[in-house]
Write a new protein. Sequence first.
Length: 127
Amino acid sequence: MLSGSQVSGGLGVLARAQVVETSAPVYYTFGAARDGIVYNHRVAWELYGPNPEDHQFLTADNLAPAARPSGSAADVKVKFKLTQRGSYRLRAATVDTAGRSTVVWKSVFVSQDTSIGLLRMRSGGSP
């Protein structure tokens, strides 16, 4: 799920994924955070676009995850900012400890309202 709001200098985007564990725990990490703890992020977020060479990993500044576990599920969120018009692709990937992976792609289209100069966002499903 994607939502956008106007922020200083661009468009603030919140992406959310619900991760449900089945027969093996879901585990994804980027390594140790500043406090030395290796956190389970559950999801690796990547953003591609608007230009073909543009790619970035979306992580919290301190590598502490934004996941709220609840039983066998977790609500995982990431916030980022878009400052240019164009087409983007958001990738959410995860893997469980048995090696089974899941990848979801979402298309994000950013346009500019020429009458007021603000960026607008619409999102699509998997390509």
